[in-house]
Design a protein around this ligand. Structure first.
Ligand code: HSE
Length: 406
């Protein structure tokens, strides 16, 4: 019998306790031994909870209990979660987490501690919720040189963009709905402004390309400036607007990573990843392209990935799983503004200004043709330009939106 402790009894932590109890038999079969929850750490009271007997408030009890071999960290953030993770690893326990902020920020350090202590630090649930993506990258695809990874990494923003497209309602209205339905947090900043997706693409870039990418150092743009006009122009071009996290190799061993809204072709698989679902595309030199699709958030899908990691940690008590990356180097991360891409631009400037700056571009729509378009408004697609080149060309123009085209 192996004992575990759960830190944090919020949405994910309580999901883990539920799945552990509900699937106890099959989990024991898959792990080749029984796994029991011995403690649940939370400062709050949960009267009447079926797990009330396991509740404690003192992490020291878990840290000093040799019976506890795996700790599940579902507290979130980089405060207590960071301290308790470090202490648990240093006490010789494996740690499993869904905490993308902690993995993206301190993953390198925590994995180094785990390596030194010959224990595991596993985080399948930190990207894509219940979608298997960490293991495929670190196990199934290791024969490849991976050169690109991108995807829809945030369920809340994908839900909002999908409803803007299907209902024709503006961002602010759909955000209120998403909050009412429990998809978006009361403070939706991390989702809406792209920070959550930034943490996830950095973890994926760390694993795919082998060096740390700091989420504070990549360019991050959320969806709050996507308008119904942009969605309509994109539709006319045969595209949908989706928030993507994207990282890829550049010549010379450099990489770039960023989060931004993109126009993606309606013929691509990713364009059909709608609502709260996530989709992640990986490109490898032997495999070609491969897409992972599924529930990227939510109590039980996330618990599914956490509990699978618990089983793996139990099965690998004596063998460390290889998981890790090196520290970054100066010049390794290239600013996304210096990388060429095609752009969609919506502008209030006239045709002569557009022609002067861009030459003969492909106009998407003409003024007055779409009722939402303001007078004298044009939208067009550019050839490949860096973000800086685009900004220089647009210097004298009134730009209302500009998004990358994938
Ligand atoms: N807030 C996140 C999302 C939860 O909407 O995708 C999963 O990381």
């Amino acid at each position: 019998m192996v004992n575990i402790a759960i830190l944090g009894f919020g949405t994910v932590g309580s999901g883990v306790a539920e799945v552990m109890r509900e699937n106890a038999q099959s989990i024991a079969h898959n792990a080749a031994e029984e796994i029991g929850v011995k403690y649940i750490l939370d400062l709050r009271d949960f009267p009447g909870s079926p797990f009330a007997d396991w509740m404690i408030r003192d992490f020291g009890l878990i840290e000093s209990d040799p019976d506890v071999q795996v700790v599940v960290e579902t507290i979130g953030g980089v405060g207590a979660a960071y301290e308790f993770t470090k202490r648990a690893l240093l006490a010789g326990k494996s740690v499993v987490t869904s905490n993308k902020e902690l993995v993206a920020t301190h993953g390198h350090e925590l994995l180094e501690i785990a390596k030194r202590l010959n224990v595991n630090y596993l985080f399948e649930a930190s990207v894509g919720g219940g979608i298997p993506i960490i293991r495929p990258i670190t196990q199934c695809l290791t024969a490849n040189e991976l050169d690109e990874i991108y995807g829809i990494l945030n369920g809340t923003t994908n839900y909002i963009l999908t409803r803007m497209i299907t209902d024709g309602a503006p961002f602010a209205d759909i955000l209120k709905d998403a909050q009412r339905l429990g998809y978006a947090e009361a403070d939706p900043t991390a989702d809406v402004e792209g920070y959550d997706a930034a943490r996830k693409i950095c973890i994926l870039a760390d694993l795919c390309f082998g060096k740390s990418v700091d989420p504070e150092k990549i360019s991050v743009e959320g969806i709050s400036r996507v308008t119904l006009e942009d969605i309509e122009y994109a539709r006319r071009l045969g595209y949908k607007i989706k928030l993507l996290g994207r990282a890829y190799r550049l010549p010379g061993g450099h990489i770039t990573a960023y989060v931004a809204p993109h126009l993606i072709s309606k013929t691509s698989l990713l364009s059909n990843v709608d609502g709260v679902m996530n989709g992640i595309v990986v490109h490898g030199n032997a495999l070609g392209e491969c897409m992972f699709y599924g529930a990227g958030a939510g109590k039980r899908p996330t618990a599914s990935a956490v509990v699978a990691d618990v089983i793996d940690a139990v099965k690998h008590r004596k063998a460390r799983k290889y998981l890790g990356w090196d520290e970054s180097e100066p010049g390794y991360l290239v600013d996304a503004g210096d990388v060429r891409t095609r752009w969609y631009v919506r502008t209030g400037s006239g045709l002569s200004d557009i022609g002067r700056a861009f030459g003969d571009v492909r106009l998407i729509s003409y003024p007055g043709e779409y009722p939402g378009a303001g007078p004298g408004e044009y939208a067009f697609a550019t050839p490949e330009l860096t973000g800086r080149e685009l900004a220089a060309k647009c210097a004298g123009m009134e730009v209302r939106s500009r998004f990358r085209i994938l």
